[in-house]
Ligand binder design. Sequence first.
Ligand SMILES: Nc1ncnc2c1ncn2[C@@H]1O[C@H](COP(=O)(O)OP(=O)(O)OP(=O)(O)O)[C@@H](O)[C@H]1O
Ligand SMILES: [Mg+2]
Length: 236
Amino acid sequence: MNGILPLRLEEVSYVAGGRTIIERVDLSLEAGASTIVLGANGAGKSVLMRLMHGLLAPSAGRVRWNENGARRRQAMVFQRPVMLRRSALANVVYALEAAGVAAAERAGLAREALAEVGLAHVAARPARVLSGGEQQRLALARAWALHPEVLFLDEPTASLDPGATREIESVIRAFDAAGTKIVMSTHSLGQARRLGDEVIFLHQGRVAERAPVQTFFKQPASAEAAAFIKGELPWT
Ligand SMILES: Nc1ncnc2c1ncn2[C@@H]1O[C@H](COP(=O)(O)OP(=O)(O)OP(=O)(O)O)[C@@H](O)[C@H]1O
Ligand SMILES: [Mg+2]
């Protein structure tokens, strides 16, 4: 099958401010399974996601997609979404415009995406007055409107309460069910269990372990992952 996956990271390192933040990460992301990038605060999750999505260039190594030149087929939702000073609908329309979608199709696709995340009723409201949970759902709609093959989600529920977190998780499940490859970072063990098929455990910028989610929690192979699961590794 043709597609942008697998995505291969070949010995990828990222150095900033004189520090190696990502160190020789070598992995391949396949279509299908939802991949969780798990790690403590500062482990390098956001930087790794940005490297994967192409927003940062590696200091060494290579990031290779199966097919190139397909920016529309990948999207990312950030830890802190930034909304334009426009309506919720206009924010989604703008993303479609930026991705090169024909003008006549934009409003229809944007309304569909808002409905899918449960925000049809706030379409006309200024995006910046929406609650944190609603803004994060709007960010999901913006990414989802393009029906990407791969969706990178960087701690999409980090600042949300349990109710809003559940809503976001159910939206993510729907995207997964529609066939989009989910790559999500989190430091939440519960979320990794609920949404992940496999875990990439990041520790101090290195992949300490990669395993199916069940195996990871039952029998972590690395000391770092075992300590993180036990709650002994909060900050590193
Ligand atoms: N441009 C940069 N210059 C210098 N240091 C950076 C830069 N970007 C990230 N870092 C550092 O790299 C480390 C990893 O950052 P990153 O944001 O990827 O962590 P994270 O795993 O996403 O953490 P969190 O769970 O808190 O979001 C941090 O110590 C951060 O301060
Ligand atoms: Mg982060």
